[in-house]
Design a binder for this molecule. Structure first.
Ligand code: ATP
Ligand code: MG
Length: 220
């Protein structure tokens, strides 16, 4: 598998982490836009794992999320799905993921980490933010009309402190969300065109998202 071989041929890679519960066209449109803008060789989707204490209950669902991501990315030769967070036990931190991924790449690889703009505000509370910011660029995706002034103010300190660049990108498809899709599926409302047909088929085949959402831990 490509992942075992690593990504040695890639000069630049964009990483998109998420729960992908389920993956949808907002994720895919964003990934493709980032690929184009930064001219990266690959976008790697990394579905999040689950903490160790919830392991037994959730394993199937993790595999569902992984498989839906595989189905969704099948037709784009620049998109890959990685199991590194799924296969790592315990809570996963972005820094660990980035370092593990980097070890599979050539040493001079350029990494872009795609994330919702809101997450950028919290970046200083992540594990080892300074090291993280030294390892990769960040692409903060915003909905059109997002208050970028406020955001710029918030991250000025980060920008000044770190050499790494934080890039902003407006994504119109940002209004699509997994939680809305789950809610629609549960109410038997259409989800068509919000996600790839193969993912819709998969959701129906395995009767996903039929029950009321339980107080299951959500990860981001
Ligand atoms: P939920 O509704 O359960 O929070 P989600 O739709 O936000 O799910 P996630 O798996 O949580 O999906 O998101 C993964 C990554 O994709 C995050 O960085 C998030 O900010 C980003 N993202 C989420 N929705 C979109 C979208 N419509 N367009 C672009 N990026 C998105
Ligand atoms: Mg979200």
């Amino acid at each position: 598998r490509n992942e075992i071989a690593g990504y040695k041929d890639c000069k630049s890679i964009a990483i998109m982490g998420g729960t992908f519960d389920p993956i949808h066209n907002g994720h895919l449109v964003t990934a493709e836009a980032v690929r184009h803008r930064f001219n990266v060789d690959k976008v790697i989707f990394i579905p999040s794992g689950r903490p160790a204490h919830k392991k037994n209950k959730i394993i199937t669902e993790t595999e569902h999320r992984y498989l839906m991501a595989v189905l969704a990315t099948m037709r784009n030769e620049n998109f890959e799905v990685s199991r590194i967070e799924i296969d790592r036990p315990g809570i996963t931190y972005t820094i660990d993921t980035i370092e593990e991924l980097k070890s599979m790449c050539r040493p001079d690889v350029r990494l872009y980490f795609i994330t919702g703009a809101d997450a950028i505000h919290q970046i200083m509370s992540w594990k080892e933010p300074e090291r993280l910011l030294s390892l990769c660029d960040f692409v903060a995706v915003t909905r059109p009309g997002y208050d970028r002034e406020r955001l710029n103010g918030d991250i000025r300190e980060i920008r000044e402190k770190f050499t790494t660049r934080i890039h902003f990108m407006e994504v119109p498809a940002l209004a699509i969300s997994s939680s809305d899709i789950r809610e629609r599926a549960r109410r038997e409302e259409p989800i068509k065109y919000l996600l790839p047909q193969a993912v819709e088929d998969y959701i129906r085949k395995f009767c996903l998202y039929q029950d009321e959402e339980k107080d299951e831990v959500k990860f981001m």
